[in-house]
Design a protein around this ligand. Structure first.
Ligand SMILES: *[C@@H]1O[C@H](CO)[C@@H](O)[C@H](O)[C@H]1NC(C)=O
Ligand SMILES: *[C@@H]1O[C@H](CO)[C@@H](O)[C@H](O)[C@H]1NC(C)=O
Ligand SMILES: *[C@@H]1O[C@H](CO)[C@@H](O)[C@H](O)[C@H]1NC(C)=O
Ligand SMILES: *[C@@H]1O[C@H](CO)[C@@H](O)[C@H](O)[C@H]1NC(C)=O
Ligand SMILES: *[C@@H]1O[C@H](CO)[C@@H](O)[C@H](O)[C@H]1NC(C)=O
Length: 388
């Protein structure tokens, strides 16, 4: 991957966190991007003539391809005019997506149907598959127990969080050659839900969120394109030694709130990993810290000490480790880090030591200071971006 591509993906990923906070936590998504064409292509009066806004909805001359029907207590999908690209139907009481719903709206690119009451059995089979321009589909906070299928091969981002999905048959995501982001957080997925390398077959997938499900182990297969993986708040208790070999480009890994007691020593030796969240597990043994890692969360674990020699078996002054932020509060640390910590992580700017789960002694009651550097409290953390 060319450097510029990598960079733009990074920016994209960090934007995604912000975006996701808006999209996942905040009921109203941001307005659609204005579709400004060159003046030669932009025939505003013509577009408006052919675009009959549904009486239940609102349309804006400034976003001539969008129809806003959110938060209107609608129980059905109104008539969608041909030419609509962006459709906002979130926060309604819609229960069904019948065959005729998008019959004229064949150029839909984004559909927002989150926060409705849609059941899988009430979605006409094939209705989304017929929308050959669909790029974003939002179906989070509904009553789905299945992923609607088939989906169009144009799809790039699929939001299915906060449903009741428990099974993903082998053909569920068939043909999604361009999908980059899949959010299945807050469903009822178990280890047996993933049939037939279902994730690995999506060759463009960059971000997979499986947080708040019922996984006991890591998904068996992942695509090599993956950059960001979240399996937070499951019941994962083991991590195979070579697990991440199949995702060598991984940038962000979030595994907080699981049941890991140990991890293989070099399992996170990934050359692009920037963020690693292992908080709220039961870890007590240090592991190898990859060189580019910047943010490390080890809070709420069972560490009694950190063996720096294990984290940094060698120190390379020319290529020092990039860690700037480390959170270790709520462990069982009884002694301060040794000075070698700074030889290991010369870029460290914030170490969140916080409280430890140990009986207080005179030493621990002292103001937490680390060789003159004040130790930040958990409130001072830079970001904890994953929304639930
Ligand atoms: C589709 O378009 C036809 C012709 O313009 C119109 O009669 C019909 O009501 C439309 N159907 C829907 C569901 O929008
Ligand atoms: C996938 O994305 C590429 C690049 O944007 C595009 O040219 C191609 O048509 C897309 N494929 C499908 C099936 O939409
Ligand atoms: C984790 O998931 C459980 C349900 O499975 C939920 O009750 C709990 O609030 C979740 N915790 C976090 C931190 O999201
Ligand atoms: C980490 O991976 C690199 C190559 O990617 C390898 O040279 C190095 O020995 C590995 N380190 C550990 C501790 O496994
Ligand atoms: C740290 O780990 C190394 C390598 O396993 C070991 O040799 C050393 O004794 C450990 N140090 C302490 C203080 O436990």
């Amino acid at each position: 991957m060319a450097f510029t591509t990598r960079l733009s993906i990074l920016i994209f990923l960090f934007n995604t966190n912000i975006l996701c906070q808006v999209e996942c936590d905040d009921p109203l998504p941001p307005p659609p991007p204005p579709q400004f064409r060159t003046s030669a292509q932009y025939h505003f009066p013509y577009i408006h003539q052919s675009f009959q806004c549904a009486s239940e909805c609102r349309c804006s001359p400034f976003f001539p391809f969008a129809m806003y029907c959110e938060s209107r207590k609608l129980k059905y999908i109104p008539n969608i005019p041909a030419g609509t690209h962006y459709l906002y139907l979130q926060h309604n009481e819609i229960e069904a997506v019948p065959e005729k719903a998008f019959i004229n709206a064949t150029s839909l690119q984004e559909i927002h149907l989150s926060y409705n009451k849609i059941k899988s059995s009430m979605i006409d089979k094939g209705i989304f598959g017929r929308l050959k321009s669909l790029v974003h589909l939002h179906l989070e906070h509904n009553k789905l127990d299945k992923v609607p299928s088939p989906l169009p091969s144009s799809l790039e981002r699929l939001f299915l969080g906060f449903n009741k999905i428990s099974k993903l048959p082998g053909d569920t995501f068939h043909g999604l050659v361009n999908i980059t982001m899949l959010n299945l957080c807050n469903n009822q997925l178990t280890d047996g839900s993933f049939k037939g390398n279902i994730l690995a077959r999506m060759k463009s997938l960059m971000q997979v969120n499986l947080c708040n499900n019922k996984l006991k182990s890591m998904p068996a297969e992942l695509p090599a394109s993956l950059l960001q993986l979240s399996v937070e708040n499951n019941s994962i208790s083991s991590l195979p030694p070579n697990y991440f070999k199949k995702v060598p480009h991984l940038i962000s890994l979030r595994m907080a709130h699981n049941k890991l007691k140990e991890v293989p020593y070099a399992v996170f030796n990934l050359s692009n990993l920037l963020e690693l969240n292992m908080g709220y597990n039961k870890l007590s043994q240090a592991f190898y810290i990859p060189r580019r890692l910047e943010h490390l969360y080890l809070n709420h674990n069972h560490f009694t000490r950190f063996n720096i020699t294990l984290m940094c078996p060698t120190t390379d002054l020319q290529n020092p480790k990039q860690l700037t932020y480390m959170r270790v509060d709520k462990n069982m640390l009884t002694r301060r880090f040794d000075a070698f910590l700074f030889a290991c992580f010369p870029r460290l700017q914030a170490l969140v030591y916080g409280e430890q789960n140990v009986a207080p002694t005179a030493e621990h009651r002292r103001e937490p200071r680390l060789f003159g550097m004040p130790v930040t409290s958990p409130d001072g953390e830079p970001d904890n971006p994953l929304p639930y």
